[in-house]
Design a protein. Structure first.
Lengths: 263, 303
């Protein structure tokens, strides 16, 4: 019994990580209709940047934020310089993002070498927390918490703020939104940066569980795709519903669909 | 005819087995690209999972061969497995068109990769599967590079002929029709889904043949053959050469294989080059290398 509960909690935490990853993908794919195949690379890049920062003595959370920001800036550059020219041309976007993901993977291999790098669990979150008489890894609980906070924050951002209303207007009718004075182009860059930031941040958060290694990008990308396809893109509520089947799948195959032993 | 004569005599004038082997590689990758072109070019369904089908043919052939069966069983068995898997993939992937189709094929391709990489008892994981020696179909030995090249050339010519027949046939026309005007085709009474399904199988068949030749050539198959990179390479061949043209994918395959071999002789970072070529082609000549070059040449002359 207790084994199943522990497995279920571990699955939810992995689901939380996937939420962070795929919420970013969903922002970009669902709202901007850009099939961003570099999303797995953003995840990996964020984690790699954080390992370098941590190795220079920075705190885990600083590294997570800065790693995310680095990826966000990088994503913004890609959006501005390349994807902007290809607006509406989905096939071209697929090819360009795929090409970029190969380039990023190769550069990461060059800079951080092929050895897996482990990110240490932040000091306050080591060990286990006792909950209902059972011990759970504290860090995994923290990930779930962060995922829930981000879910609420994203929902509030898109649904309750002026920026969110502008984004929704820009998605529904870009031409009309421009007429009423919304700078749709800048708005889309912001959305892309936010999506990239989420991916990079998720990469750092996943570091202590998954560690960082070449090929991580290609492993995370299909997960983001599957989650978005199952959950329906562009709707955040779907993710909350999604926790359920994810939980079932991950409980039945806790090592993941491809059978990687749980770390 | 002249082109065929040149191709047939390649082993005599190209100089060195290394180049003969590269020519063989170009031919079987060209067959693969021709198969991908049926979907990505003529049917307008861009696939990023075809290396999965290519790899399944190679894996199935290797398994059947190592079980001790003869060449005929190996070829028919491997192609049958490929077609069955392709039918399942087609049913899943054809639930979407456009972007949805691309995403589903990526996911399917990655599943095949996952099986190849992680289901160690079946596929031997990262170590891949080796076969001992090239088989001798119909008693012909394929051990020397030149003989293998000629055998591949025969298959290649059949593939090109089948493509020419396909393009000229009513079926080919209806496939293009479903690409350009799916609704009108539907209104005219065509079964759009079935046409796409058959195009998928046709495409999978030649991808499987290419996978088989790949196995015979390398006598080894590993998860690398089914990685997303391999699917992307095939798509690059099609797009680079010019999609929905008969010989564009062949030119693209030649280009990619040559660049790959030349680039890997000088730099280790072949993937980076591949990615950069992708980006450059899409940004600067989205219609394909051959028409794109023509356009750039026109512009240069105009000035």
């Amino acid at each position: 019994m207790s084994l199943w509960v522990v497995l279920a909690v571990n699955s939810i935490t992995f689901g939380g990580l996937l939420f962070l990853l795929s919420a970013g993908f969903s922002l970009i794919f669902g709202l901007m209709k850009i099939p961003n195949l570099t999303h797995g690379s953003f995840f990996m890049l964020g984690a790699y940047v954080a390992t370098s920062l941590i190795a220079r003595g920075f705190n885990f959370w600083v590294a997570a934020l800065v790693g995310g920001l680095f990826v966000a800036a990088f994503g913004g550059i890609i959006e501005r310089l390349i994807l902007r020219r290809l607006a509406g041309a989905e096939l071209a976007q697929v090819l360009v993002t795929l090409g970029l993901s190969f380039m990023i993977a190769d550069v990461c291999l060059m800079v951080w070498t092929g050895d897996p790098i482990r990110i240490d669990t932040p000091s306050g979150l080591r060990g286990a927390t006792s909950l209902f008489g059972m011990g759970f890894p504290t860090y995994r609980l923290a990930i779930s918490l962060v995922a829930v906070i981000f879910a609420v924050a994203l929902w509030a951002l898109l649904d309750r703020t002026r920026l969110g209303a502008m984004i929704r207007a820009g998605v529904d009718d870009p031409a009309m939104a421009r007429v009423v004075g919304i700078r749709v182009s800048r708005l889309f860059t912001i959305v892309f940066c936010l999506g990239a930031w989420l991916a990079g941040f998720a990469g750092v958060m996943g570091g202590p569980i998954l560690s960082v290694y070449p090929g991580l990008d290609q492993e995370m990308l299909p997960l983001a795709l599957v989650v978005v396809i199952l959950g329906g893109s562009g709707s955040l509520l779907a993710y909350v519903v999604l926790f359920l089947p994810m939980l079932i799948v991950l409980v039945v195959r806790p090592q993941g669909l491809f059978g990687r032993p749980a770390l | 005819m002249a082109a065929l004569a040149i191709l047939a005599t390649v082993p005599f004038w190209v100089g060195g087995t290394f180049y003969v082997n590269i020519a063989s590689q170009i031919l079987f990758y060209a067959i693969f690209a021709l198969g991908v072109n049926v979907l990505a070019g003529y049917a307008g369904l861009v696939t990023l999972g075809h290396a999965g089908l290519f790899g399944i043919a190679a894996y199935a052939a290797a398994k059947i061969m190592n079980a001790g069966h003869g060449h005929v069983t190996v070829a028919t068995g491997a192609l049958a497995v490929t077609l069955v898997v392709a039918a399942v993939f087609a049913v899943l992937a054809l639930r979407g068109t456009g972007l949805g189709f691309v995403m589903i094929t990526v996911a399917l391709g990655q599943i095949v990769w996952g099986v190849a990489y992680r289901w160690i008892s079946l596929t031997n994981g990262d170590n891949g599967i080796s076969i001992t020696g090239r088989p001798s179909p119909l008693g012909l030995s394929l051990t020397t590079p030149a003989r293998f090249y000629w055998a591949t050339l025969i298959v290649f010519v059949i593939a090109v002929l089948s493509m020419a027949i396909f393009v000229a046939s009513p079926f080919g026309a209806s496939v293009r029709g479903t690409r350009d005007q799916p609704r009108r085709m539907n209104a005219l009474g065509y079964h759009v889904w079935m046409i796409r399904f058959l195009a998928f199988l046709f495409s999978a068949f030649w991808s499987g043949v290419a996978g088989l030749l790949y196995l015979y050539y390398n006598q080894f198959v590993s998860p690398q053959a089914v990685a997303l990179t391999a699917s992307a390479e095939a798509l690059l061949m099609v797009i680079a050469g010019g999609s929905a043209t008969l010989l564009g994918p062949v030119a693209g395959a030649g280009l990619v294989v040559v660049i790959k071999n030349v680039a890997s002789a000088y730099i280790e970072r072949w993937n980076f080059v591949l990615g950069a070529i992708f980006v450059a082609i899409v940004v600067f000549m989205p219609e394909g290398l051959v028409p794109g070059m023509a356009r750039l040449a026109r512009r240069a002359r105009g000035r």
